[in-house]
Design a protein around this ligand. Structure first.
Ligand SMILES: *Cc1c(COP(=O)(O)O)cnc(C)c1O
Length: 392
C-alpha cells in the first residue's frame, strides 16, 4: 500500500462524521512559481513603511500577550467603519450613491471572511436548516454549509451566468432557504450584481424569513459607477454585507474578514463566536494596516488597469473573457482548459481551473506577471488546434 492509501484507510478507520467520509478539503494548489495568479491575492509586496508600522504595533501588542485581547475588538471595528464610510462618501460624491454612515456597532470581524461566514451560518443556519447560493460561485459556500450541518441548495443562473431580480426572488420563494448568499462581484465569473437583484431578493427574503448575505470580497475593484450593497443596509436588518482585507488590502496572510449589518446581527454573532477569537496580534496588525489603507491600496488602480488589459487582449486572441468588476478575469473559448492550465504552468504561470469546461480564471497581477500570462497564452492560441475553440 502506498503512503497515501495508508493514510486514507487510517482516516476511514476513525469515527468520523458520516457526511465527511470521502470528502475533499478546500485545496487550491500552493506552488512557488514566478507568476502565482490562482487565488486572487494582491501580488504586490506590502510596502515597507506599512511593514514597519505593522511590526511596531505588533511589538506593542506583544508586551501584553499575558492578557486576553479586547473581546469586542472595539478599536478595530471603529477603524473598519471609518474605512467603509470613506468609500461610501467617495461613491456618494462621485456618482450619487446613497449616503450611508456606519459605526463600529454595525461591524463584525473574524479570522478571514471565511470565519465571519461561519459565524453567520452558525447563528442563522445550522442543523435542519438550509443555505442557498448560485453556482458557479465561491466554492467554499457548500463547505461552510456542510461544516454547520446545514443542507446546501444550489440555485441556478441565466445565460452567461447572469442573475435577474425576478429569477433570484422566485428561487428564494421556491426553496425558502434560511440563508441565501449572493456573491458580488461573483467569484469565479468576476461580474458585479445589479443592486436591483439584492433589493428584490431582500423583498422575497422578508416573506421567507431568510438572511441575505452579499459577499463583496472584491468590492474595491468594482467598475466606476457601481454602488456597493452597503448602501442598502439602512432599514434592512436581514441584510449582511461581507468584506475582507485579503484582496484589495493586500493582507491575505493577516486573516481579517469583516461584515457590516444592523447592530442586532452582530449581537446574534456574539452568541456563536469562540471567546477572544481575534488575537491581540491580529487586531494590532489589522489596525495598523487600516491606518495605512491608502498606501496598501495604492496598487488597486494598477491592478484594475491590468485586469482591463487582460480582457482586451484575450478578446484579441479569440477567447471569451467575461466583464470583470474584480481583480481577476474568467474566460472561455479554450479547447481544453486542463491542457491550457498545464501549458501556462510550464511557463511559470499558475492560474485557476474552476472546473468549467473550456474556461480558466486568472488573477490580474503586476504588469510583468500579466505580460508573462498573456505571452504564454498567445503562444497557445497561435497554435489554434491546441488552444482555442473554432466555434464561438
Ligand atoms: C477570496 C474570497 C474571500 C476571502 O476569504 P478570506 O477568508 O477573507 O481570505 C471571500 N469570498 C470570496 C468570494 C472570495 O473569493
Amino acid at each position: 500500500m502506498s503512503e497515501q492509501q495508508t493514510r486514507t484507510s487510517r482516516l476511514a478507520a476513525l469515527p468520523l462524521r458520516d457526511e465527511l467520509r470521502g470528502q475533499a478539503p478546500y485545496g487550491a494548489p500552493q506552488l512557488a512559481v514566478p507568476a502565482m495568479l490562482n487565488v486572487n491575492e494582491t501580488t504586490y509586496d506590502v510596502p515597507s513603511d506599512v511593514v514597519d508600522a505593522i511590526a511596531k504595533e505588533v511589538r506593542r501588542a506583544a508586551e501584553s500577550l499575558n492578557r486576553y485581547p479586547d473581546r469586542e475588538f472595539s478599536l478595530l471595528r471603529q477603524k473598519l467603519a471609518e474605512y467603509l464610510n470613506r468609500e461610501l462618501a467617495r461613491d456618494a460624491s462621485d456618482f450619487g450613491a446613497a449616503a450611508v454612515q456606519l459605526t463600529g456597532e454595525h461591524i463584525w470581524a473574524g479570522n478571514g471572511s471565511n470565519e465571519v461566514m461561519q459565524h453567520i451560518l452558525q447563528a442563522f443556519a445550522g442543523p435542519g436548516r438550509s443555505v442557498m447560493s448560485f453556482p458557479p460561485t465561491y466554492s467554499m459556500y457548500p463547505l461552510y454549509a456542510r461544516g454547520v450541518y446545514s443542507d446546501y441548495i444550489a440555485g441556478t443562473r441565466g445565460p452567461g451566468y447572469t442573475q435577474t431580480p425576478d429569477d433570484v426572488a422566485a428561487q428564494i420563494r421556491a426553496h425558502r432557504p434560511h440563508v441565501v448568499i449572493l456573491c458580488s462581484p461573483n467569484n469565479p465569473t468576476g461580474t458585479a450584481l445589479d443592486l436591483a437583484v439584492v433589493e428584490t431578493a431582500y423583498e422575497a427574503a422578508l416573506d421567507t424569513e431568510t438572511m441575505v448575505i452579499v459577499d463583496e470580497a472584491y468590492g474595491e475593484f468594482r467598475q466606476p459607477g457601481t454602488p456597493s450593497a452597503l448602501t442598502l443596509l439602512p432599514g434592512r436588518p436581514q441584510l449582511i454585507v461581507t468584506r475582507t482585507m485579503s484582496k484589495a488590502f493586500a493582507l491575505a496572510g493577516g486573516r481579517l474578514g469583516y461584515l457590516a449589518a444592523a447592530p442586532e446581527v452582530t449581537d446574534a454573532l456574539r452568541l456563536v463566536r469562540l471567546p477572544y477569537h481575534l488575537s491581540a496580534i491580529t487586531q494590532a496588525a489589522a489596525c495598523a494596516a487600516l491606518d495605512h489603507a491608502a498606501d496598501l491600496m495604492a496598487n488597486v488602480e494598477r491592478i484594475k488597469a491590468q485586469r482591463d488589459r487582460i480582457v482586451v487582449e484575450l478578446r484579441g486572441m479569440g477567447l471569451d473573457p467575461y466583464p470583470s468588476d474584480s481583480n481577476f478575469v474568467f474566460f472561455g473559448g479554450l479547447l481544453n482548459e486542463k491542457d491550457a492550465w498545464q501549458h501556462l504552468l510550464d511557463d511559470g504561470v499558475l492560474v485557476r481551473d474552476v472546473g468549467i469546461p473550456g474556461h480558466l480564471r486568472v488573477t490580474a497581477g503586476t504588469e510583468e506577471e500579466t505580460t508573462a500570462f498573456l505571452t504564454s497564452l498567445a503562444r497557445l492560441a497561435e497554435n489554434s488546434t491546441a488552444g482555442v475553440t473554432a466555434e464561438r
